[in-house]
Structures are given as C-alpha cells and as structure tokens.
Ligand binder design. Sequence first.
Ligand SMILES: *[C@@H]1O[C@H](CO)[C@@H](O)[C@H](O)[C@H]1NC(C)=O
Ligand SMILES: *[C@@H]1O[C@H](CO)[C@@H](O)[C@H](O)[C@H]1NC(C)=O
Ligand SMILES: [Zn+2]
Length: 542
Amino acid sequence: MRAVTLSFISLSLAIPSLISASQLPLQVPTSYNEDDSLLAQDSWRAGAERYDDQQVWRVGWTGVGENAKKEVMSIIELLDLDVWHTTRSSLDVRLSPREAEVLSSYLPTSTFKPFIPDLQSLVDLSFTSTFDLEAAEEAESDDSYDDARSNEVDIEKKRKKKKKTKPAPKKPQIDPFNLTTIETPYHDAFHPIEDVYKFGQVLISTFNGKDGLDLQEINIGKTFEGRDIKGWTAKMTEVNGTQPQDLSKKRKKKHGGKGRGREREEDAEEPLELEIVVQAGQHGREWVGPSSALYFLHNLLLHATSHDDSDSRTLLKSFRFTVIPNINPDGYEYSRQHSRLWRKNRQDVGGKNGKCVGVDLNSNWGYKWRPSKHSSPCSETFPGREAFEAYETKAVSDYLAAAESRGNKVRAFIDLHSYGQLFMFPFAHSCDDFPPDAEMLMEAGLGVAKAMRTRQGEGYEAGQACDLTYRAPGDAIDYTYGVTDIRWSYSAELRDTGTYGFMLPPSLIRPTADEVTAGLLYLAKFIYVLEVNPPQTPRLDN
Ligand SMILES: *[C@@H]1O[C@H](CO)[C@@H](O)[C@H](O)[C@H]1NC(C)=O
Ligand SMILES: *[C@@H]1O[C@H](CO)[C@@H](O)[C@H](O)[C@H]1NC(C)=O
Ligand SMILES: [Zn+2]
C-alpha cells in the first residue's frame, strides 16, 4: 500500500517539470495578476531555501518499547527536529540523512520509514497551479511516456477522478476575481496575501447590501513586519429593501477596528448577537487552512444571497460570521518566498547571537501557557517568553475580548490547521483538564467529522486534542474555551494524512475546502438547533 503510494508520487511529480515553460502562461487566464504568474514564482523561487537531501520519515510506535520511545522523543527534542504530525500510533518528522542515521540507531527498521522520500519535489509541486496539472493531464495522453510511467499516470488519474467534486470541467475563462461563481479559478491556486485581501474587497463589492447582507472588512492589528491582519464579518438582517443600508452604518461603528468606538448601542436591552469566528494560518506553511477559510466564506455568501430558503441564509440571519483567513501573513509570505516549511511568525526573539526569529503562535496563547523546557528561541516550537508576546495572538485575543463591546457574544471559534484530518475540542495542554461540555463537544465534533467525510469520502477523526495529537500548552482553543468562554471551540487539522503533508497540491484546494464548508455548516446548524431555535419541547401525552 505504502510502496504504491510512494512510487506514484515520485513519478507523478516528474510530470509538471516535463511541460515546457513556454506552454504554461497559455493556461493562465489573460486577466490573471502578472505577479502571480508561474514565471514570476520561478524567479523568486531561485533564491528560496531548498530541501534537496531531506526526507520526512514516519515512526510507527507499534512494537516500540516505552523506553525506546522515550529515548527517541528526547533526541527529537534535543536536536530540535521538525516534527510534522503526531498521532497516538505514529510521528512524522523531517530529517537530514545524518539525522535519519542517528534516529534509526534507536529504532527497529520495520517501524521507521522514509514517508516522503523526495521533499524538494513536493515543495516544487505545491507551487504549481491547477493550470499546470491540467496541462500535465493532457500531456499524459502523449505517447512520449514509457509504459511504466503511463501506468503510474493511470493510478494518479484514477485517484484524481475519485477525489474530484465534479467531473473535470473544461475551465471557461472566468476572471479569478469574478466572485459571482464558486467556479472562479481563484480557488484553484494559493495566493499571496495581497490577493487574499483583494479577494475580500471584491467580496464586499459583490455581496454587501444584497438581500440585507452586511459584509465588512475588519482589521484586527498589525504583524511584527507591519502587515495588516484582516478578516471579514458578515450578518444578514431580517429587513428587506433599503433599510439594511442604515443598519450597516450602525455596524460600521461597531466593527470599525480594534479598541476604537467602543460605545454600546443606546438601547441596553439589545441582546448580544451570537458570533462564529473562523481563523486560519497560525502556521505559515499550512496553506490549505487560509484557502479553505476563504472558500467557506465565499460559499456561504453565495448561497445566502442566491437562495431564499438556504441554510446559509438562515444561519447568517442567526449568527454573525467572522473569518480571519490568515492571522500570520508574515509567516505565510516567508513560506511562499523563502522557506516553504516556515511555521512560526517572523518576530525578532533574540536568542543565540540575537538571531532567532519567530514565535510558534499556537504555543503562545494565554491559558496554562508555559515556557518550553529547553526553550531555545530558535526552536520550531518556541512559545515566546510570555503569553501573547506574539503580535498576532495578541491581536486575535484583543478582538475576541472586545466582543461584548461590539454587541457580540462569540459562541464558536474554529482554528484551521493542516495536516492530519482531525477535528478536535479542548483541551490540548492536558487530558486531565476535562471540559465540562466535553460530551456535547464530542457529539458535535463527530457530526462535523461525518459531514466532512460524506462530501469526498475522506475520513476525519473527532476527539479531544490532547488525546489525538501531542500535549501542547498555549494552544488557541484552550484559550478560547478556558479563558474567553467560547463554548464551541475546535481546532481542525485539514488534509491530508501525510502523502503531501503541508505541500498539498493546488488540485486539492477545492476538495478540502468543500469538506471544511460542509463541516462548519454542520457545526453552525448544530448550535442553531441547540441554542437559537430549539425544537418545541414535545408534549408528553400519556
Ligand atoms: C462572472 O462569471 C459569470 C459566470 O461564469 C458570468 O456569467 C459573468 O458574466 C461574469 N461576470 C463578469 C463581470 O465577467
Ligand atoms: C426582498 O425584496 C426582493 C425585491 O423586492 C424580493 O424579491 C424578495 O422576495 C424579498 N425577500 C424577502 C425575504 O422578503
Ligand atoms: Zn498548525
């Protein structure tokens, strides 16, 4: 099983590079942003960090003794290795040949395998757009491939067919920023942060005011490097016609920015509006979180404004939806331009010769936060010297803390990551800290996982974070649940389960986002039925 997977990956990886560069721009719509063209990407990639001799190994714990496991874990900590994913039964870790040699001396070979044998090829692949993949498919039918290769291509083709939402459409030339359709090619590529923010502007010009929809940009703060951390907040009012205009002015005051214009509505009787916050991008290299968050919002607005009786409309009338697709634009841009596998933010944190950069955002939130044991600021998991030292976690926590002064009560908070296909509730720092709502959180989580699985057949596991991955203090959902009192706090690890890891190819942006959309809608409906509009208590006739 594993062997097949690996061989088709390495062969299919060869395909994009076989297409001549001159062919590529023809596949890109002419209106497409020049800066985002593949050629432009190639030129900056020339100076990017390379991972040529590196591999990702999977350690299977089955059959490994407790002592050997402890030893391996302490070596991993000591060498500050880049652990990609952990489950109860396995661990994925990025290794140089020397590091692999060191670790392998502690493990039976049967439990220790190169899982991604050619990391650099995957890094290259994640930069290509769907347009090249389509070109690659066309090239596949050429006779220029030998038998063995076309065999591999068949497997890849079948796999693609199976996973695709819809039968491969011949993409019409839709402008990526034409957001009147979910088919916009915007959702077929990963984008620089400016284009994410441009997408938001176009969302507003396309949807704001439609059918009573109030859609606004929020700017919750700045990163260390001075980038804005933007999001969008949406609510549909009950009123029809011209009234929403006035309401949206009122809202503008409420959502005008952090800390400013705090004045509550004159009418103190006004009940707090329930808010659902979706955040992504804490870790720079996890590109599919931000793309999924954006797709979710786009899809929600499209459905709410095109169907009177859609669930999306009912939900948008009941909840304010706020999506902050990328809370770490510095780390994301660094991952795009310099080091594909960059995880932290880009804050100067001193350390060795004053040269360490970056706080691990998802270790920096202020609930049961603690400094790491060996705490080198250069570490991949450096939690900061104190909670909320990072500009980005501070900005989001300020936004959440100010909810009441905006007239909101944040009821759900979903934090999107990759990879692993998990949907998790608090706590992450310890399984001894058991949430009073655990049973409900688990029930909703199982429903979400099922809703996600039903879309594309990709399995997601639901459970408690401490149980499904590693014990991690300073986690976002521990804070939102434990301090901000957001009952429905979840952290999701999106696709995949390690085949591509963080380097998910653009062809998987849509299927992943489609699952995320189904899962988040399920969760919102679950909360709606439970807390907003519970069914009438049935009369108990004897
Ligand atoms: C946007 O795309 C839709 C669907 O393909 C199309 O009908 C519409 O004309 C396009 N709008 C613009 C401004 O190009
Ligand atoms: C809102 O107004 C439009 C145009 O007047 C009408 O077609 C639509 O049915 C109305 N929607 C609701 C929910 O009343
Ligand atoms: Zn993450």
